[in-house]
Design a protein around this ligand. Structure first.
Ligand SMILES: [Zn+2]
Length: 238
């Protein structure tokens, strides 16, 4: 019954308020990070739903050109399929985060045990690629008691975001890129997407197309893009 309900809700793509908390800044069921320390002029960039064999390397190239680093919240089953893409991210100094193995937004949201197994599987897979993820971004950002229980079981910290490109659903464009940069505050965590998960390729092309504009606009404001771990650690002490 519950699984049927979850399937129906997930299938309908509803904002499943009954499943838990969607708003990235509201911590109703447990601790999470929607931003880091605000003292230094830095923002964390994060990318969800990859790795993708075409888009992820192109995004990494744009980051390299801008001298920026990011955290890639990988889906385990995609990292298993494209290990070389994930390894290249690690080699380039980017960070990998846990975005679940299977990105299940149905039954796993009702079972801490099933979700814990799924996160552990992703964690083990990413470890084979040279990463030791500390951060967990729940699928679709939903947090509820099973999500928090699974995070605790594995010693992972939940990371949401303060600013979103919203390129999971809509094409990124110049206006969105400039607005995201304009609204960003020191310590913010920004979320974009490098994977597809049903998103049309043209939408992800728009992320690749306008990412450099976002990076330039952040730079113009003096905000350095870093990984979530770098952001959380704060500036190096003299
Ligand atoms: Zn996702």
């Amino acid at each position: 019954m519950i699984e049927a309900l979850a399937g129906a809700v997930a299938g309908a793509g509803l904002t499943a308020l009954g499943l838990g908390m969607f708003h990235p800044k509201v911590a109703l069921f447990g601790p999470q990070h929607s931003h880091g320390p605000r003292a230094a002029p830095r923002v964390a960039l994060s990318f969800d739903d990859g790795p993708h064999p075409d888009f992820t390397p192109r995004i990494a190239e744009a980051l390299a050109k801008a001298g920026a680093q990011a955290t890639f919240f990988c889906i385990g089953e995609l990292a298993e399929k494209h290990p070389e893409v994930a390894r290249a991210l690690v080699a380039a100094g980017h960070e990998l985060g846990n975005h679940t193995f299977s990105h299940n937004t149905g039954a796993h949201l009702f079972s801490a045990a099933a979700l814990t197994d799924d996160l552990r599987r992703c964690q083990a897979l990413l470890a084979t690629l040279g990463a030791a993820p500390r951060w967990y971004r729940p699928a679709v950002g939903i947090r509820n008691p099973p999500v928090h229980a699974a995070a605790r079981a594995l010693g992972l910290q939940i990371v949401t975001w303060s600013g979103a490109a919203r390129d999971g659903a809509w094409a990124f464009d110049e206006a969105r890129a400039l607005r995201l940069a304009r609204q960003a505050q020191a310590g913010d965590i920004l979320v974009l997407h490098d994977g597809l998960r049903g998103t049309p390729s043209r939408v992800r092309e728009s992320t690749v197309r306008w990412l450099p504009t976002l990076l330039e606009a952040l730079k113009a404001r003096g905000l350095q893009p870093v990984t979530v771990s770098q952001l959380m650690a704060g500036p190096a002490q003299p």
